[in-house]
Write a protein that binds this ligand. Sequence first.
Ligand SMILES: [Zn+2]
Length: 324
Amino acid sequence: MRASYAIGIDVGGTRIAAGLVERKGRLLKEAKALTPKTGPFGIIDAIIDLVNEVMEGTHAAEVAGIGIGLPAQIDFLKQTVEFCTNLPLAGVDVRSLVMSRVKHVVTLDNDGNCAGIGESRFGAAKGVRDFVMITLGTGVGGLLFLDGEPYRGSRGLGGEIGHMVIRLDGPPCPCGGKGHIESYLGRPALAEAGRTAAEAYTGTAIRDEAGGDVSAITAEDVVKAALKGDEVARGILLEAGAVLGEALVGVVNLLNPRLVVIGGGIGESCGFMVERAASVIEDEALAGRKDVSVVQAELGNDAGMLGAAAMAFDEYDSREGLHR
Ligand SMILES: [Zn+2]
């Protein structure tokens, strides 16, 4: 029997979402929890609780498996967590710990990869054989989808678009590097730019969004002020869009994708930043590559969860000798 459902789990720095998903991407049941701050075993317990919650009333044989997207660098071939900045999961055998307590096969991947797989199967990149996904959130991640498949590199660690170098002497990146895309476009970087601007331009609405407290300004405050027409906030995000566009010129020249999908909380709320990036690509990319479409993601917060479920279906189908 061909299993009809898979469980997709998206583990974020602040919350964990789990869903029971049909093959065509319909989300049948969803459960969420705040990400525990009590160490790795607290996170594993929360994952198990969410699996049990979405599985209630469904027979185990109907479920293809569990896909888990983690905000971490994953060695996809070994299914191990190599590096994780926001959660204490580096070196933790997440897959075995979850599999020892559930009846299903677990597949891990990086959250940016899962979001890209979700957009590829059910969203903005449906049916596209060559595209690049970039997710702008607290971190900056993404996926290279080449010739109809996710491209993961020799050890499954590829596709870290957020850690491409923009400037050798640029600001520090949470990964330990310098001048990476994430150094300019991650939430901490945008919040810092917002605080600096609010100190320099006392009239900006960015300060009001944070209740008048400059030190409390977040990236979302900058986005909200910009969407209300504040010129200083718009300037910060247009500059961020230009940095994104510059980085993507290199990607487009190198890979000649048909589509660039920009997602994540910041990417999806900020259409004019995406347009700015698109216009830089149009101006700067090599001839013949300029027809690449730059679009916003379509699946919102569900992209990672749906992509994780799609990955679980794929794992099941290849195990059972079934073809998509
Ligand atoms: Zn980095």
